[in-house]
Each structure stands twice: as C-alpha cells, then as structure tokens.
Design a protein around this ligand. Sequence first.
Ligand code: 13P
Length: 253
Amino acid sequence: MSRRPFVAGNWKMNKGPNEADALARALKAALANQSAVDVAVAPTYVALPAVTSRLKHSGIHVAAQDIHPSVSGAFTGAIGGEMVRQLGCTYTLVGHSERRSLWNEDDALINSKVHAAFRSGLLPIICIGETLSQRDGNQVEQVLGAQLAKGLEGLEADQVASLTLAYEPVWAIGTGRTASPEQAQDTHQFIRRWLSVNFPDFVSKAVRIQYGGSVKPGNAAALMAKPDVDGALVGGAALQADSFAAIVLAAVP
Ligand code: 13P
C-alpha cells in the first residue's frame, strides 16, 4: 500500500497576520499545479484567520501548532481544538519538542491533546524524537517506544491509522545537522515496526511518518526517497515560499 506524501511547514513563532498572509499567497501560487503531495502549514494562532481564508480551496491545509486538552474553560491564554477547527484548521501539531522542553509537556499531557484533537475533528501530527545524549546512549528505541506507547494510549486503531507521526530528532532541529537518509529510514522503520506490533496490520501500513530537523531543498529528496519516510515537517525552510515549495515538489513520487 502506498502512502500519499505529506509535507508540513511549522512556522513556529514567526510571521504575524500580514506576513503570514503574504507567505500563504505566495505558496498558493507556487503550489497551484501540484496535487500529488498533501501539504499543510502551521502559522501562529493570530495568523490563522488570514491564512485559512487565503488558502480556502487551494488544496493547502492549515494546522494549529498546539491545542489545549480542554474544549473551553478557565485556562487563560490557551486555545482549544474546536476553536481552531472553526477557523478552518484540519490538523494540529501535538508534542513538538519545543513544547516538550520549553513548556515541560509530558507524554500524558500530549496524549490528552491527541484525544482532544480527535474530539474536535482535527487530525493530529504527533512529534516524537530523541535528544543527542539519548542517541549517543543508544536509547533511541526505548525513548521513541515510550513516547509512542504513552502518546497513543487509548486510541482506536482507525484513529491511529489516520494520524501522522513526525520523527524529529531534537539534535537536528534548527541546528543545520540533519539525520542522514539512512538514519531517518532506520528510525522510521523502527517506528513502523512498533506500530505493527501494537496495532492491527492496516495501521502500520497507513500511518504517515514525516521526518523533521533541518530539512532543506538540498536534502529533502534523498530523505523522502526512503521507503518509510512519507514526507517532512519543515521549520526554517518553510518560512520562504520558494524553499518550502521546492521541498514539497521533492516529495512528488
Ligand atoms: P527546522 O527545519 O528549522 O530544523 O525545524 C524543524 C522543526 O522543528 C519542525 O517542526
């Protein structure tokens, strides 16, 4: 079974509404003729109205960068899944390594956000990945296995089949240091094998696993040519239309 490539851009805390609208407009033009790759962008919350409205009917999906586990309530400064869904988001990132490290998010909280995403009609893109010391200490499989077991707890097989995993080694994020295509493939293969052990067969065949961490136009094709690398989650290179569009086109089978 072949999986449709999926490339997403995480704009992080960059681009307010005006700049985000300009980038969305440029992407819409640059990607108007491609339909072989699923594409999503994740702007800041305040730019979501501009970007969802700009990208309506463009085929480019919009993702939130995070959601709160609750629908509503006394959670000052937080945003619920239903709120971003109403704006036209179809995806949300969950468990990005910056949320894990800077906001101390643990796997239990991430799991509650994954459930909240499904309740709100959003498809989660769940980020997992090891630190450099964990890789050097040969703990990659143990770390990823625990993130998967806890992050996916309580989900139905159909839900797991529909979500996206983003393997983002922490040491490769924003560092210019990318996992080699072989390292990415080995780790993605481990993730898919983990899924096949823990869920019915159709799940591991369907789940798309993106690679993230210093993906650029120059390295994207080699990474995504690997059989278990189904796309990319792009940070810095997603902030310019030409480089992000080049990465999307590198994913065309
Ligand atoms: P960079 O592509 O800037 O390394 O960021 C990756 C990332 O964190 C995407 O979520």
